[in-house]
Design a protein around this ligand. Structure first.
Ligand code: SF4
Length: 366
């Protein structure tokens, strides 16, 4: 029903397109419906839009899976004089469409609305609703192959599978004639929660669709942690749902007393601070990897189904940030993911093929 609905809405809003986008928007909305990593990667586009429209307010909508980034983004804006006081952050959850529609109906109208959702149709439908009810004057979104959601928007950017997602996000601003050049950068003054030093952070739990396919086996984690423990402590991060798995891994290491399970017990800002104070971080490709890169930490990303070119971590210094390293699975089928759900098989053989020796080679100079 999604495709006919998007198409029907596009017919209803067609005549509203006659007016075109305003040149000096007062309120510019960015909706990042899901994923911490997407929120981190979309953040520089918000900064660039604020730079382009200096009298505008930026309204950032996040979903339930990425609203935890809100305090970090708010803190990053508060310390920049040109940005301070210009950001509003709200939750808009596409998976609860009636609640989201109610919020949209009660919204102070925005002049520009950029939808960062790449493939789900519900954000496109709700964006068209915002237009229909005159809550969004001009809307921008992705035309994504096979997803039939592009009818919903006033301006389009063709989502590309051969470039980094940051460049796809920049394309939304580009559809409005705005050049986006900033890179992800997150700052926080939250104190480092670690009582020990030196230490590394290990993040082995992924998010999104079928997260287990992006994760290594427990036995691999134990082997890697045992090596990392030779001359330091290890912090195991994750969400509260990952806590039991983290404890399971901790108990099997040679020195569990030096493995600190903080999965589920730290806020995202505390995790960012912990990562920034670490010798380095090793993470699977998930939101924490992008956050670690954005706070300027040394980080090694482990990539199985995920493509480094499409979803590699990017830091404040750009794609060639020397603090960021990426290790790809040696299997020829890796990577297989484009949009985030389109796995090539149901088994994590690619992650099982990542060896301790490779991790050692990538991190030993740190
Ligand atoms: S097809 Fe290959 S890269 Fe994709 S999930 Fe399976 S093993 Fe991993």
């Amino acid at each position: 029903m999604g495709v006919p609905l998007v198409f029907f809405l596009s017919l209803l809003i067609k005549r509203l397109r006659a007016f075109g986008p305003v040149s000096s928007p007062r309120r510019v909305a960015l909706w990042v419906p899901a994923a911490i990593g997407d929120a981190v990667l979309a953040h520089p586009i918000a900064v660039d839009l604020a730079g382009q429209f200096q009298n505008s307010k930026i309204v950032l909508f996040l979903g339930v899976t990425n609203k935890v980034v809100a305090p970090l983004i708010a803190e990053s804006w508060a310390v920049v004089p040109e940005l301070a006081g210009r950001l509003e952050i709200h939750t808009l959850e596409a998976k609860k469409p009636l609640e989201a529609l109610w919020k949209i109906l009660n919204l102070e109208p925005v002049d520009l609305w950029l939808d960062f959702g790449q493939w789900p149709r519900m954000p496109a439908i709700l964006t068209a609703m915002a237009k229909l009810f005159r809550k969004a004057h001009w809307t921008v979104g992705f035309a994504t192959e096979g997803q039939c959601r592009h009818f919903a928007y006033d301006s389009l950017y063709l989502h590309r599978s051969d470039q980094h997602e940051l460049e796809n996000f920049r394309g939304l601003a580009g559809a409005l004639g705005i050049k986006s050049k900033s890179f992800p950068s997150i700052t926080t003054d939250v104190p480092n929660p670690s009582p020990v030093s030196p230490y590394v952070v290990v993040h082995m739990f992924a998010g999104g669709s079928k997260p287990h396919l992006k994760e290594p086996e427990h036995t691999q984690c134990v082997q890697w942690i045992d090596w990392l423990l030779e001359d330091r402590h290890v912090f195991l991060t994750g969400s509260s749902e990952n806590q039991l798995k983290a404890l399971f891994i901790q108990k099997r290491t040679k020195h569990p007393e030096r493995v600190h399970v903080v999965a589920g017990s730290l806020s995202l800002a505390q995790t960012a601070s912990l990562i920034r104070g670490s010798q380095f971080t090793v993470s699977v490709n998930t939101g924490i990897l992008h956050l670690a890169a954005a706070v300027g930490a040394r980080v090694l990303g482990l990539h199985g189904p995920t493509s480094i070119r499409r979803w590699g971590p990017v830091g404040p210094l750009g794609y060639a940030d020397p603090r960021i390293r990426s290790l790809k699975s040696p299997l020829p089928c890796s990577p297989c993911l484009n949009l985030g759900f389109d796995y090539g098989c149901p088994v994590n053989r690619c992650m099982q093929a990542v060896r301790l020796e490779d991790i050692r080679n990538f991190t030993q100079a740190w």
